[in-house]
Design a protein around this ligand. Structure first.
Ligand code: C2E
Ligand code: CA
Ligand code: CA
Ligand code: CA
Length: 279
């Protein structure tokens, strides 16, 4: 028995160190990825289905690793957050998207809102507000086209820092959306303490909305609350007509998900918008 347990301990150690060096390797590569231009951005449209129009875009980062192919942000964003690389990524994503969208004349004309994901660490330190201001300084017009998507867990990590920066940015017109709404511990408190104009109903609620009565009731409650507080609501992760119909009947106005459009490169977005206009 002794030998077995020593054997399995050894195996565990070997596996652990394999994972560790994998992570360390990934971190090493990530540090260089921005300079090597391996990061890019994609855009996922959002729609008002009732009015049959595109209401905005969510910007999502992609990492094209030379050996490993496309690495999901779900894998490298947490790593970046733990190792203070997130600010460099946020700066890149904001500047790149604003650049691409202005260069092709989409911003303000076809695209009325661009949403960026931000992390708790984006709000650390005295210079964090100046970073946002610098990233947005190239905007050719009104800052109300810009929206920051913040999760409640990110907000709660640094509530006072987040609040101070958001107050300054919203005074300049920037919009704020509470991402993954309903999945945290104190969503209502976050709404109360921060200047927020939109909530995004988390995919996990949308997923089973048709079958699960409890989820359906929660979504209806979120919609009623949002209406009372004059908040916009975007449902995310909408994949089926059944989900969309259910959400529409419940009063949801804005939709994002594979049913309507997948995240796409700027070139695909240009074609996508052309086709929308010809419909
Ligand atoms: P999120 O902010 O909740 O973004 C939505 C995710 O759901 C995206 O995954 C999107 O591709 C995916 N999605 C959209 N529609 C559907 C659908 O109908 N069905 C399903 N199953 N999925 C759908 P993605 O691009 O892999 O991003 C994962 C997460 O990584 C994001 O979740 C966000 O938390 C983070 N992330 C992505 N880009 C950035 C960024 O630039 N900065 C930061 N800080 N985080 C980012
Ligand atoms: Ca988001
Ligand atoms: Ca989300
Ligand atoms: Ca999420």
């Amino acid at each position: 028995a002794q030998q077995t347990s020593r054997g399995s301990y050894k195996l565990y150690n070997a596996e652990l160190s394999a994972i560790m060096s994998n992570k360390a390797r990934l971190l090493f590569d990530l540090k260089a990825a921005i300079e090597k231009r391996q990061l890019s951005v994609v855009y996922q449209p959002q729609f008002c289905v009732q009015e049959n129009r595109m209401t905005g875009l969510e910007v999502l980062v992609r990492w094209n690793h030379p050996e490993r192919g496309v690495i999901s942000p779900a894998e490298f964003i947490p790593l970046a957050e733990q190792n203070s690389l997130i600010c460099g990524i946020t700066d890149f994503v904001m500047r790149q998207a604003i650049d691409e969208l202005t260069e092709h004349g989409l911003l303000y004309r076809d695209v009325q809102r661009v949403s960026f994901n931000v992390s708790a660490a984006d709000f650390n330190g005295n210079e964090s507000c100046d970073r946002f201001l610098a990233n947005l300084s190239q905007l050719p017009g009104d800052w109300s086209v810009i929206e920051l998507e913040l999760t409640e867990s990110a907000a709660l990590l640094n509530l006072e820092g987040v609040r101070q920066v958001l107050e300054k940015l919203t005074a300049k017109g920037v919009q704020v959306s509470l991402d993954d709404f309903g999945t945290g511990y104190s969503s209502l408190n976050t709404l109360r303490l921060l200047p927020i104009q939109e909530v995004k109903i988390d995919q996990s609620f949308v997923k089973d909305i048709v079958q699960n009565k409890q989820d359906a009731k929660l979504v209806k409650t979120i919609l009623a609350m949002a209406q009372a507080l004059h908040l916009r609501v975007v449902a995310e992760g909408v994949e089926t007509h059944a989900q969309a119909n259910y959400l529409m009947t419940a009063g949801c106005q804005e939709f994002q998900g594979f049913l309507y459009a997948r995240p796409m490169s700027i070139n695909h977005l240009i074609t996508f918008i052309k086709n929308l206009k010809q419909r």
